[in-house]
Design a protein around this ligand. Structure first.
Ligand SMILES: [Zn+2]
Length: 141
């Protein structure tokens, strides 16, 4: 793949250097059949170093997961070789089945069919609380 010429796909730019593998894992990019290019430690005027992920497929990404991992990432949608949309992310207010509760007595541990739901409780510290037992999870990334 010529990594500069994606025709129809998604380019995740301005990823904090070193985080691209976390994103690869949390977005389940290993399950994709298409070509995925991970560029680590690319030079950036603003960030010094950054990571970039290029996905050669018009994938519908979970922007909540991305926003949770790193809300500074920009998502570029590429169609016919041109950028048609640039999305900015926000820290999501609600996370469903992204992180799991650490409290062994939480109902989501014994009732595994329940969705793991976390709500943002402190946007500055990026703290989320379990919607069932209120156990706090600090930002992992
Ligand atoms: Zn819980």
């Amino acid at each position: 793949m010529n990594i500069d010429s994606i025709q129809n796909g998604v380019v995740l730019d301005h990823i904090q250097a070193g985080k691209s593998m976390d994103i690869y894992k949390y977005l389940h990019l290993d399950e994709l059949d298409c070509q995925v290019a991970i560029i680590k430690n690319a030079r950036s005027e603003h960030m010094g170093k950054k990571d970039i992920i290029k996905i050669d497929y018009p994938l519908d990404l979970d922007l909540d997961v991305l926003g949770y991992i790193d809300s500074n990432i920009t998502v570029n949608i590429i169609r016919d070789g041109k950028r048609v949309e640039k999305k900015h992310l926000e820290l999501p207010h609600k996370l469903v089945n992204v992180i799991h509760c650490k409290n062994p007595r939480c109902i989501t541990v014994s009732e595994s069919q329940l969705d793991a739901i976390f709500l943002l409780s402190d946007p500055v510290k990026h703290t989320y609380r379990c919607a069932y037992c209120e156990t706090a999870i600090d930002k992992k990334f």
